[in-house]
Design a protein around this ligand. Structure first.
Ligand code: FES
Length: 344
């Protein structure tokens, strides 16, 4: 096993302590970011480390690590360049940006340049369609790029520069970013920018205001309701009259039923003939909220379905086992570090 640093081990303990003792397997996602921060990817040793400290088995950790694209399974460059080639960006030239970068860098999807600096990847929608075509570097945005600006950007990165993203925080390496994704603050002074919505984001709002269009019955000051039946709907605000000549479409009156009532009606249109739900999974009808007993039954059913794996390791919710595993992992790592030192 890789001898993860004392700092990483202390951070692992800090992450695990954020969760209730019997729910510590929830710490797996930040822990995977943590090991990625040390090694630059989630290595087999990183998987083993997470498994040990959480009392899981490696298959359970590997299943999670291989599901999410943000966990890299092989060595990744300092700069992860993601180019959106999804529909909106594509029609604005995203694919051309990607193809140009691939040719310029001599790598394809999920490949890293020979100098180990840049990993290129296709990305699906990066949630910035109004700024397309967009690319991100370690998840920081560069808006409205074209093939030339994209090439200039990667050249600057390879030359040691840290270009300023279009929005948000200052650029940092993938390892530095992984520390933040593990839930630790960016300590660099002034690193976090507040930012305001940009003009493309506000464009729809401005057009609506200009044409007197508003959502019928929408009151921005209405308090957020719990969705329980019996709640009174927020008072309707009459839609602003569209000026003459407006093409505002007729919009049907909103359905004011609470979401819970609507869901129950959809599932059980005829309550008399409906088959009763399993204990703990009852959908309340008529707006009756679930009782604590419902919640307990659902939790017990979930725990029963979540049995430990067949390798005799606990499934991960045993606080004592986790403590034991963490200290074993640490002494193993210290032992192997001493062995290495003795061999030198
Ligand atoms: S399609 Fe590219 S950000 Fe949405």
């Amino acid at each position: 096993m890789t001898a993860f640093t004392d700092e990483t081990r202390a951070r692992a303990r800090e992450i695990i302590a954020r969760y209730p003792a019997d729910r510590s397997r929830s710490a797996l996602l930040p822990l995977l970011h943590l090991v990625q921060a040390e090694e630059g990817y989630v290595s087999p040793a990183g998987v083993a480390f997470c498994a040990e400290v959480l009392g899981l088995n490696k298959a359970q950790v590997g299943a999670v690590a291989s599901f999410y694209t943000m966990y890299k399974r092989r060595p990744t460059g300092d700069w992860l360049v993601s180019v959106c080639t999804n529909t909106m960006c594509d029609v604005l030239g995203g694919q051309k940006v990607y193809d140009t970068l691939a040719e310029h860098l001599g790598v394809g999807h999920d490949e890293t340049t020979a100098d180990g600096k840049i990993t290129l990847e296709h990305a699906e929608c990066l949630a910035a369609c109004d700024y397309g075509p967009v690319m991100t570097v370690n998840y920081d945005y560069f808006d409205g790029v074209d093939p030339q600006t994209a090439v200039d950007l990667v050249d600057e990165l390879r030359a040691g520069g840290r270009p300023t993203p279009s929005r948000g925080a200052r650029l940092c390496t993938l390892k530095e970013m992984s520390i933040q994704l593990a839930g630790f603050a960016d300590e660099r002074e002034g690193a976090v920018a507040d930012g305001v919505p940009g003009e493309p984001t506000l464009r729809g709002l401005r057009l609506a205001q200009q044409h007197g269009i508003s959502a019928p019955g929408f009151d921005p000051n209405a308090p957020i309701r719990s969705g329980q039946a019996g709640d009174k709907p927020a008072p309707a605000t009459p839609a602003k009259a569209a000026p003459t000549g407006s093409t505002a479409p007729d919009v049907p009156a909103p359905d004011r039923k609470s979401p819970q009532v609507r869901t129950a009606e959809t599932r059980q249109p005829d309550a008399k003939t409906a088959v009763p739900d399993a204990p703990g999974t009852r959908v309340p009808t008529g707006g009756t909220p679930p009782t604590p007993r419902d919640a307990q039954a659902a939790e017990a059913a979930g725990a029963a379905a979540n049995k430990p794996a067949g390798d005799a390791k606990p499934a991960g919710d045993d606080a004592e086992a986790q403590k034991r595993n963490l200290s074993e992992a640490e002494s193993t790592a210290i032992g192997s570090a001493n062995d290495k030192g003795a061999k030198k």
